[in-house]
Design a protein around this ligand. Structure first.
Ligand code: G3I
Ligand code: 9MR
Ligand code: ZN
Length: 549
C-alpha cells in the first residue's frame, strides 16, 4: 500500500522536517488547510534497510517554517495532518506527564481531574511480608507500574529518576503545570511535576525496611484479571528485599534530596536520611542480593544479573548530594567492575555504552548524570562525558543507515523497543547539553517523528496524540472501563521481534522489525505501557520545553 509516513503531531518551526514515502514519485506537495500548495519538492530515493521493510523515498520540507496545519500529498496519496508551531508539543508534554496521575494507586481518581476516567481508591489493604511471620505492612500509594497493578521498586525509582534528572538538566521543565490535585502544590510548596513525583517517593519510602533494605516489589501473587483497580481485592505480598532495589532507592532518594531541598527542606532531609540508611545497608551487605520470583508466582520480575550499575548509581548520586569523597571512591571501584562485566557480556540487552544506559536494569547512565551535574572535572566525570560523546556518535551513524533517520538497529527491536529508542534520544539530549551539535538535534527530531507516526506501521505510539494514534494499550483500567479512548499521553512498548505473547505469535516470523506490532489489548509484549516508558519520553520533551504553562 502506498503511504506517506509523517510525524502526526508536528514540528517546531526551526526543526528539520521530513516525510517518508514508500512509493516512487516525481514530486510531493505540502498543502495548508485551504488546500493551497505551500511548498513542492522531489522525494529522494533512499532505498531499503534492515528494519523498516520498505523501499523508501524521503521528502524534505525543512524549509517550511510558517506556523499552521498541513498535509503532504504525492500522487493522490495524502499524509495525516500535522502542525508546525512553537507550541506544537504542549499538549503532548502535558498528556505524557498527566499519565502518572492516572496511574496512581491508593488514591481515588477525582472527577475534577480525571473526568470520565475517575475511579475509587484501590489496593489499600496492608501487604503480607512473603515467607515471614510478621505484621502486614502499609505500603499504599505510588503509581501502578504498567498494564498490571504491580508496584516495583526498581522500576519506580528509574521512572522518578528520569523525571528528576530532567528537572535538573532542563531548567524550564519545572514550570510545567499539570492538571492534578494540588495537595502538595497549593500552598506554593511544590511545582506540579514535583508534586506528582512525591506520590511515588512517598510510596518508595514505605518500601524501605527499618534496616535500610528495600523490598523488590509489592504485588498480588499472580497478575489480576482484567478488572478495575478497586475491584482487585486479592492479598498483596511484599516479596523479598534485593540489593538492586536498595541501591536504586539509595540513589533516587539522594537525587530527590538535591531537587526537593530547594522547596521543602524537611522533606529533603528525610530523603537524604533514608538514602544514607539504604547505602549503609549496601555497605554491610557487599554480596549481590538479586531477585527471582517466588515459586509459582507470576507478576513482573525485573530480574538483573548483577548489581554493579545499581551500586554505582547510588554512589554517584550520594557523591553529588553530599560531596563526601568516599562515595566517589566507591563509584570509581565499581566503574571497573561494570566495564569488565560489560566486555564479557554475551547477553547484551542494551546495545550502547553501558555508562549511558537509563533503563530499568542498567542504571549506570543515571549515575553518569549525577557526575555530570556535579561538574567538577574529575576523572570519572570526564570518563562518562566521553562515553556520552562516543555513544552519540554511534547513534548518528545508525541514523544514516535508514531513510527514517532512526538511530536504532535491528537488535533494538525487543520488548519495549520504543524505550530503547527513547534511551538513545535521552543520550543525544545529554550529549547535546555537553557539546551542542545540529546533528544531535536532527536525530532527536527523527526519533520523535518515528514515535509520533513516521514509521512503517504509520501509527503514533502515544495515545491521543496524532491522527492515527494507537488506541488499545494492554492496560487493565482502559480495557474494562467501557470508554472508547484510553487516557491520552500513554507510550506503547512498540514493535518486538521476540513475539512474546500469544497474539503476537500470529505475526509471521520474517516480518521486518519495525512492523512487528499490533495495536491489540491482548499484546502485552507489544502494546503495554509503563511508567518508565512515559518518563523517558517526558525527559526527551523536557529538553525542548520552554513554556511557562
Ligand atoms: O537481554 C536480552 C537480549 O540479549 C536479547 O537479544 C533480547 C532478544 O529477546 O532480549 C533481551 O532481553 C529482554 C529483556 O526484556 C531486556 O530488556 C527480554 O527478551 C524481554 O523479555 C524483557 O522484557 C521485559 C518484560 O518485562 C519481561 O520480563 C521488559 O523489558 C520489561 O519492560 C517488562 O516489564 C513488565 C513488568 O515485568 C511487569 N509490568 C509490566 C512491564 C511492562 O511490560
Ligand atoms: O498483564 C500482564 C502484563 O502486565 C505483564 O507485562 C505480562 C508479563 O509479566 O503479563 C501479563 O499478564 C499475562 C500473564 O503473564 C499470562 N496470562 C495472561 C496475562 C494477561 O492477560
Ligand atoms: Zn492500586
Amino acid at each position: 500500500m502506498n503511504r506517506i509516513f509523517v510525524n502526526q503531531v508536528g514540528f517546531l518551526p526551526n526543526a528539520s522536517k521530513k516525510a517518508v514515502l514508500n512509493f516512487p514519485c516525481e514530486s510531493f506537495s505540502v498543502l495548508d488547510t485551504d488546500n493551497h500548495v505551500v511548498l513542492q519538492g522531489r522525494p529522494v530515493h533512499f532505498g531499503g534497510d534492515d528494519i523498516s521493510g520498505e523501499d523508501v523515498f524521503v521528502a524534505d520540507f525543512s524549509q517550511l517554517t510558517k506556523p499552521g496545519k498541513y498535509i503532504i500529498e504525492a500522487e493522490k496519496n495524502k499524509s495525516a495532518t500535522f502542525e508546525i508551531s512553537q507550541n506544537v508539543f504542549e499538549k503532548l508534554t502535558h498528556d505524557v506527564c498527566k499519565c502518572f496521575y492516572y496511574l496512581r494507586c491508593g488514591h481515588g481518581l477525582d472527577k475534577k481531574y480525571a473526568g470520565k476516567y475517575f475511579h475509587s481508591p484501590c489496593h489499600l489493604i496492608k501487604a503480607t511480608v512473603y515467607g515471614e511471620y510478621v505484621e502486614p505492612v502499609d505500603v499504599s500509594g505510588g503509581w501502578h507500574d504498567a498494564g498490571d497493578y504491580g508496584r516495583y521498586s526498581t522500576a519506580g525509582a528509574v521512572a522518578v529518576a528520569h523525571l528528576l534528572y530532567s528537572v535538573r538538566l532542563f531548567e524550564n521543565f519545572i514550570n510545567l503545570k499539570i492538571d492534578i490535585p494540588e495537595e502538595n502544590c497549593d500552598k506554593g510548596i511544590l511545582p506540579s511535576i514535583l508534586s506528582e513525583v512525591k506520590v511515588e517517593l512517598d510510596f518508595l519510602m514505605k518500601m524501605q525496611r527499618k534496616d535500610g533494605s528495600v523490598w523488590h516489589k509489592v504485588t498480588t501473587f499472580n497478575h489480576a484479571p482484567f478488572i478495575m483497580p478497586e475491584e482487585d481485592k486479592e492479598e498483596l505480598f511484599l516479596f523479598r528485599v534485593s540489593s538492586l532495589a536498595t541501591a536504586d532507592i539509595a540513589a533516587v532518594f539522594a537525587l530527590a534530596y538535591t531537587v526537593y531541598k530547594n522547596f521543602d527542606i524537611a522533606y529533603a532531609d528525610l530523603l537524604l536520611e533514608k538514602s544514607l540508611k539504604a547505602y549503609e545497608w549496601l555497605e554491610n551487605n557487599p554480596e549481590p542480593l538479586l531477585f527471582k520470583n517466588a515459586d509459582g508466582s507470576n507478576t513482573g520480575e525485573y530480574p538483573e544479573p548483577e548489581d554493579y550499575s545499581n551500586r554505582f548509581w547510588a554512589a554517584c548520586a550520594l557523591y553529588e548530594a553530599t560531596g563526601n569523597k568516599k562515595y566517589y571512591e566507591a563509584a570509581l571501584g565499581l566503574k571497573d567492575k561494570i566495564v569488565k562485566y560489560d566486555e564479557n557480556a554475551t547477553d547484551k540487552g542494551y546495545q550502547g555504552n553501558v555508562f549511558t544506559c537509563f533503563g530499568w536494569a542498567d542504571v549506570a547512565g543515571l549515575g553518569s548524570l549525577s557526575l555530570i551535574l556535579k561538574d567538577e572535572n574529575s576523572d570519572l566525570e570526564n570518563f562518562v562525558r566521553d562515553c556520552f560523546g562516543g555513544e552519540a556518535d554511534r547513534l548518528l551513524n545508525n541514523a544514516k543507515e535508514n531513510g527514517f533517520g532512526l538511530c536504532m538497529t535491528k537488535e533494538d527491536f525487543i520488548w519495549g523497543s520504543n524505550m530503547e529508542l527513547l534511551k538513545y534520544m535521552m543520550v543525544l539530549c545529554v550529549a547535546d547539553t555537553i557539546n551542542h551539535k545540529a546533528e544531535y538535534e536532527n536525530v532527536i527530531t527523527s526519533g520523535l517523528d518515528y514515535l509520533l507516526g513516521c514509521n512503517s506501521m504509520n501509527v503514533s505510539y502515544v495515545t491521543g496524540n496524532g491522527e492515527n494514534a494507537f488506541k488499545n494499550p494492554h492496560l487493565r483500567p482502559t480495557a474494562v472501563d467501557n470508554i472508547d479512548e484510553p487516557w491520552p499521553g500513554l507510550v506503547s512498548g512498540g514493535p518486538n521481534v521476540g513475539l512474546q505473547d500469544e497474539l503476537a505469535m500470529s505475526i509471521p516470523k520474517d516480518t521486518a522489525p519495525m512492523k512487528c506490532f499490533l495495536d491489540k489489548v491482548e499484546c502485552y509484549s507489544l502494546n503495554e505501557i509503563t511508567i518508565y516508558w512515559n518518563s523517558a519520553l517526558a525527559f526527551v520533551i523536557a529538553s525542548f520545553y520552554n513554556g511557562n504553562s
